[in-house]
Design a protein around this ligand. Structure first.
Ligand SMILES: CC(=O)SCCNC(=O)CCNC(=O)[C@H](O)C(C)(C)COP(=O)(O)OP(=O)(O)OC[C@H]1O[C@@H](n2cnc3c(N)ncnc32)[C@H](O)[C@@H]1OP(=O)(O)O
Ligand SMILES: N[C@@H](CCO)C(=O)O
Length: 359
């Protein structure tokens, strides 16, 4: 992407914000004037970035931590659900006074991703013709998403993050930060993610996209059912549901998937789902950099690399490759919950975050 993050602009970005009843967090926005030129050739006339912060930025800007959310997450890392927050904070116990991301020490920032649907510009935003962008929204890559975040960092006065932290799709942005802008990342926390999309991930994500394209309403729920199966482990599903049939005649596991499908369809935009899964499909940190190992050789950040032992979507070998390239040990979270362990196993994740931030 060109036009954002390329250094000082003659037109200062416009910023604003609002409080929404969450006393611990401000929901803010940054408007970046365009044109914003994207890696794949698309152009956006401008970009709004919705973000939240917790804690206080030190005068030297050196205590800032950027938290990167996953596919259907948003800027709301902690705090209750409410207006603008369809779900409670997704790492609620990890951010706050005395928490692993200790807001007495750190200024914690999380932005809704470019292409998302919780305040940042994406397919549900209004295009110049006054209609929603929808499927016309230009293709976005992880690199584009990070350069928008770099513009946010510039505006906040953060030249170098104390850490960039992310799991799953958020891990992709964290790694891209550490490779693309190594002098701006002191610490890297890379969790339950990979350095490039695998055939297995592309296969499931393109299948989910096909469901959404066939029927944006019903398809989003079907996509979530397919995806949710990849987020959990076969053993967990067997122990929780087995082949039990409920009073309403549905298999218990089917009812559980229906529930997650309905919840996502109510809170997420189908266009964002396709766009973001495509950004994940095209993710390869080594593209244009001589391959993955050559790209990872650029990283100067202190790193913690971790995975979940029952994760069948982002298996440990993906994190092992990154750990080996960075010369750090792979840390393993033991959990029955599969990929979603990166969200559920907050105590174990918190301990690993402390390892990075309190060496
Ligand atoms: C980094 C990010 O920001 S990603 C975004 C994170 N948030 C999400 O993904 C939102 C969707 N939620 C989830 O994926 C998961 O709930 C997680 C990962 C957040 C948490 O996982 P868990 O705590 O293990 O929840 P679990 O998967 O068991 O789901 C519990 C829900 O299923 C429901 N459920 C359980 N069994 C059944 C059943 N047989 N039939 C219908 N519903 C059922 C429960 O009632 C509960 O509903 P509720 O969430 O509306 O209260
Ligand atoms: N539950 C997570 C899994 C993807 O990492 C999400 O919905 O974003």
């Amino acid at each position: 992407m060109r036009g954002v993050g390329d250094g000082p602009s003659s037109t200062p970005p416009r910023t604003g914000g609002w409080r929404d009843g969450d006393p611990a967090g401000d929901r803010l926005f940054l408007d970046l004037d365009g044109p914003v030129r994207l890696e794949r050739g698309g152009v956006l006339p401008g970009v709004r970035v919705a973000y939240e912060t917790w804690g206080t930025l030190a005068p030297d800007g050196g205590n800032a931590v950027l938290v990167e959310h996953a596919l259907t997450g948003d800027s709301h890392v902690t705090g209750p659900a409410g207006p603008g927050h369809p779900t409670p904070g997704w790492w609620a116990s990890l951010v706050g006074p005395g928490a692993a991301l200790d807001t007495d020490r750190f200024f914690v920032v999380c932005a809704n991703v470019l292409g998302g649907c919780q305040g940042t510009t994406g397919p549900s935003s209004t295009a110049p013709d006054g209609e929603p962008w929808g499927a016309r929204f230009p293709e976005v890559t992880v690199a584009d998403q990070v350069l928008v975040e770099a513009a946010l960092a510039d505006t906040l006065g953060v030249r170098r993050w104390a850490a960039v932290v992310g799991g799953s799709m958020g891990g992709m942005r964290a790694l891209e930060w550490a490779v693309a802008l190594p002098d701006r990342v002191a610490g890297l926390f890379f969790l339950a993610s990979g350095a490039a999309a695998t055939a297995d991930q592309i296969g499931t994500q393109t299948t989910q996209q096909a469901a959404v394209r066939a029927d944006p309403v019903a398809g989003l729920g079907i996509a979530r059912r397919i995806a949710h199966l990849t987020y959990r482990s076969a053993l967990e599903l067997e122990e929780r549901f087995g082949s039990a049939v409920q009073d309403d005649g549905r298999f218990a596991v089917a009812s559980y998937l229906d529930h997650h499908a309905d919840k996502l369809a109510r809170r997420f935009d189908a266009g964002s789902y396709v766009l973001l899964t495509e950004a994940m499909n095209t993710w390869d940190v080594g593209r244009g950099r001589g391959g993955i190992e050559a790209a990872l050789a650029r990283v100067t950040a202190r790193a913690v690399v971790a995975g979940v032992d029952s994760d069948r979507l982002y298996p440990l070998e993906l994190q092992q490759r990154v750990a080996d390239a960075l010369g750090v040990p792979l840390r393993v979270v033991s959990s029955p919950y599969g990929h979603d362990g990166f969200l559920i196993e907050a105590d174990a994740v918190g301990a690993l975050l402390r390892e990075l931030l309190d060496p």
